[in-house]
Structures are given as C-alpha cells and as structure tokens.
Design a protein around this ligand. Structure first.
Ligand code: SIN
Length: 540
C-alpha cells in the first residue's frame, strides 16, 4: 500500500515556527515508518536521526524519508523494506528510506503518463514560470539545501553551497530556453507545398542520477525535460536521496502539477528499476549519469523499445602542462580540476602529463598546495576536503596508490591513511614518476590522487592523452596560441579546458565522446535530448 505523509510530530514541534507549512503543503504529521514490517526499534532510531537533521534546518519540512508519486510523499514501500543512508564523514546512519520496487515505479510511470498530455500542452511561458519559481525557491533555501548535501555526500559546506547554486542555474537557464524551443521553416523546393519542422517533447522520461552531485545532476536533467514538456520518473542514488526529496518538495511548492515529476527511492532494487525504466513502452527517453559499465547496460536494455538515451559516463581526463605554461595558473587549476569534491567528479583529472623540463617543479608546487588542505567533516568550517562516499571508494583509491607505488611511482605527499579515521577518508595524495603500466594510466580513480607522468613532445603527449576508451574532459596549459588550437582540436574529448581547470557551466554543452557517453546536458543542446522533430508538409 502506498501511503502519503512523512513528518513526525516531533519534527513539527521543532520546526521553528514553520509547523503550519506541513498543513500548507499537504503532509500528514504522523510518521508511517513504524508501520513497516522491519524491526520497529531500528526504524524509530532512524526516525530519530532524521528528526535531528530536521532540527538543524531553517525549514524542517524540506526533508523526509520518502519517494514522491502523483504529488504525494510516500514513506513506506509496498514490500515494507527500507534502506539506510549514511553520513560518509563518520559512517553513522542518518535516514532510512523506503526501498521501492517495480510496483511503485509502475505507479510513478502511469502517473507521469497521465500527466503528460496536459503538461505537454502548457505553453512554454507557463513551464518557464514554474521553473523560475523553483529556481527562486532553491535560492531562498540554499543554506538548508547545502547542509543536506553535506550530510549525505560529505563535501564541505562551501562546496555544497556552490553545488546548490550550480543546480539552481539549470532551472534558471532552462526556464529561459523553454521559450526558445524554435522549430524550422524549410524553403520548399516546389510551389505547391509548405514545409516546417516543429519540436515536440519525447513523452515520459526516466532519469537516473548519481551521488556526487545529489542536487545539480537532478536539476540539469529535470530542467531540460520539464522545459520542453516531458514528464519524469527519477531515481536518485541510494547514497543521496535526501537532496532529491528536498528538491521535489520545492518543486511542489513551485507549482509543478500532479504526476509531472515522480521519484522512486531504492537501494536493493536499483537494477530492476533501471531495467524497467529502460524497457517500459511508456517511457520514451532515458538520461543517466554514472559509470560507463552501467551506462552500457542501460543502453542495451533500451534497445528493444528504441528509446532516445542520453548518457554522461566515466572519464579519464588528462591535464597537460606544456613547457611554456604559466606555472602558477597551471598549479592552481590542477588543484581545482583534480581535488574538487575530493576527486569525485566525472571531469576530475586522472592523469597529469607535465613536460619533462618542469615536471619536478610542478610536482613540488602541487605538493605545497596539497599540504595546506584540511581534510575532515564537511560541516567543519575549516575543512577544505571531505570524505569519499563509501568504503568501496576508499578501497579503490588505496588500490590505485599501492599499485602505482609497487610499480615505482614516487610519493610526494599523502598515501598514508590515519589509523583512527572514522568515516571514509583518504588523504589527498600526489605521486610522481608515473608510468603507463600503472592502473591510474587507464582506470578512473575517482578519488584524491594526482599522478604525474612526464612527456617531451606535443605529438607524444596527444597520443598518450588519447590512448583511452574514455573521452569526457581534457585540460592543458600553454601560452602558444597555435598550439592551443591544435591541441584543443586534437584531444578526443567532449570538453576542453585551455588554461583553466573550471569548465562546468549551465550555458555550455556538457558531455563526452567514446565510452564517456552520448548526448549533451545544459546549454541549448540540452533540450535536444528530450525532444524530437516533427516534419509537417502542407499542400496549398
Ligand atoms: C559530474 O561529475 O558528473 C558532473 C560534474 C560537473 O557538472 O561539473
């Protein structure tokens, strides 16, 4: 049975004068967690953890342990099962979510299917207004949304706030682009016919989002989908569902109509729900951000229904420092492009290629910067770098570092884990004297490890940088304008940073080539993933 409502009575008491919002936004106050078939004591301790989080928000009604179907927050799964969400800074459980399955996903799909005819017929201006309302609400609640990201993802609060603003920028951008979904008038080759191509929404789309940007990867997809008139069923990462719920709560307040956005939360049924979204005849498009292996599986599963699929997958970014580079700028950019989110972004640098004449000085300058990092809980104001998302991530980073050291890499800083560390921490690490037989040369580390390789010629480094099945982002530093054009054009990637380590923007097309994905997100091109052309030929 699906049941609405998620607020506990305690949470309402702690709501600092906002208790009335619960009634305003239609949330019954009785917690339904206790109705689960799972151990009631465990569930009530999970409810207590959530209540503690709610007490730290200006607006406690922003979070809940719930999915969202047909404009109702659903706190229990039909199976009665839940899954836990952990704070990666200390490994403690902070919430327990309904582990939804096929039944709930089907309900969300049917709700979105029912909502599609009327949502797709709203005017672009009406959709734009709702997205703009949503954008404003995100900014009004940015401090709370940032805290939620830090609790479940671990990134420092300042970075989380940056993510909230980045996430909001997609709603702002797509609220504007909604009004510019132009078709084409095609000059007719004869006098008896007139030809136009109009753009129409795909229908219901399934979106599957990652934990590394729990807020911005949802808004990047939702913004584009809603702008063109699609309805959506989303599945957030099981590590970070709280940010998704907070966004949906604001979406409801912004005026998104019933059924237009669904949210199914799961951990154990992730594969089954992904398969259902891909195979359902009622879903017309899939957008996924995550690993290349999962992306390939979703692509295969979407083949039978010939869906439009948009994939933003793994990367193995090269960062090239030529001998004529501005070294100060290159080192600053290296810090940003490697250690943002503790190395857990798809566009993080995986391989540094530094000209042999400056390799040692670059390594030393990078080491000095990394020495100043403060690793710790993202809630601590002094922290510059937070934990990794889970134990498996720490293990992968450890494996890559040990493999490099075993094959002769030189450790400049980091590499040694603290014995008493709580949570999922790995010290920011810089390695030099890297060689191509090391794992980091070909595998994405997704952690705070900078491995420095050296090279001698432009031709050689282009071959090294392109010698990978991935092709998401690439970066290089040089003052030679001709070289800048040559290298930018010859790097086999979807995005290039020339003399910069910061390339993400809502106005620019984000996406990769080769096994890093298909399709583009953000930008004008982001609308293409959710629309199709219809050609109309009218005889006169
Ligand atoms: C990602 O890691 O997938 C997204 C990074 C970004 O948008 O900057």
């Amino acid at each position: 049975m699906l049941r609405p409502g998620f607020l506990t009575t305690t949470a309402v008491t702690l709501s600092r004068g906002r208790a009335s919002q619960a009634a305003l936004y239609g949330f019954p106050r009785a917690s339904l967690l206790a109705s689960s078939t799972q151990n009631p004591r465990l569930l009530s301790s999970a409810a207590n953890s959530l209540t503690k989080l709610q007490a730290q928000l200006d607006d406690p009604t922003l979070i809940a342990s719930a999915g969202f179907i047909d404009n109702e927050f659903i706190t229990a799964s039909t199976s009665g099962k839940h899954f836990a969400v952990y704070d990666p800074a200390n490994g403690t459980e902070i919430a327990r979510f309904p582990d939804m399955g096929i039944e709930e996903t089907e309900k969300a799909i049917q709700a979105a299917k029912q909502a599609f005819p009327s949502w797709s017929k709203t005017t672009a201006k009406e959709r734009s207004t709702i997205l703009r309302n949503w954008y404003n609400l995100i900014l009004e609640n940015e401090q709370d949304l940032a805290k939620i990201i830090t609790w479940e993802n671990g990134k420092p609060l300042a970075d989380a706030l940056g993510e909230v603003r980045y996430g909001a920028s997609f709603f702002e951008w797509f609220s504007e682009e909604a009004k510019r979904l132009y078709g084409e008038v095609i000059p007719s080759p004869n006098r008896q016919q007139r030809m136009v191509a109009i753009r129409q929404p795909l229908g219901v789309v399934g979106i599957i989002t990652p934990w590394n940007f729990p807020n911005a990867m949802i808004t990047r997809k939702l913004g584009a989908a809603l702008a063109v008139g699609c309805t959506v069923v989303a599945k957030p990462a099981s590590e970070t569902p709280l940010s998704a719920v907070a966004l949906y709560e604001l979406g409801k307040r912004a005026g998104v109509p019933k059924g237009v956005i669904g949210l199914v939360t799961t951990h154990h049924n992730t594969k089954a729900i992904g398969k259902l979204l891909c195979e359902s005849q009622d879903i017309s498009g899939i957008s996924f951000t995550g690993s290349t292996n999962v992306g390939k599986l979703l692509l295969k599963q979407s083949a039978d229904t010939v869906k439009k699929v948009s994939l933003e997958l793994g990367g193995n970014a090269a960062f090239i420092v030529f001998e004529d580079a501005d070294l100060d700028k290159a080192v600053d950019a290296a810090v940003l492009a490697k250690f943002r989110s503790s190395g857990q972004t798809c566009i993080c640098v995986n391989r540094f290629y530094v000209h042999s004449s400056i390799k040692d000085v670059f390594g030393e300058r990078l080491r000095e910067k990394v020495e100043k990092f403060r690793v710790g809980s993202g809630m601590d104001a002094n922290t510059t770098h937070g934990p990794l998302i889970n134990k498996a991530s720490v293990e992968k980073v450890r494996l890559h570092v040990h493999d490099a050291l075993d094959h002769g890499a030189k450790l400049l800083i980091g590499g040694k884990e603290s014995e008493n560390a709580h949570g999922y921490f790995y010290p920011p690490t810089v390695l030099s004297d890297m060689t191509n037989n090391m794992r980091i040369a070909t595998e994405e580390t997704f952690g705070p490890v900078a491995g420095i390789f050296s090279f001698d010629t432009e031709e050689e480094v282009l071959e090294l940088a392109n010698n990978t099945r991935f092709g998401l982002a690439g970066y290089f530093f040089s003052k030679d304008v001709s070289r800048c054009w040559r290298v930018a054009e010859n790097l086999q990637v979807g995005m290039v940073g020339v003399n910069t380590g910061a390339i993400s923007s809502e106005v620019a097309p984000f996406g990769g080539v080769k096994e890093s994905g298909i399709g583009r997100e953000g930008a004008r091109q982001g609308l293409d993933e959710y629309t199709q052309y219809k050609y109309i030929n009218m005889a006169i």
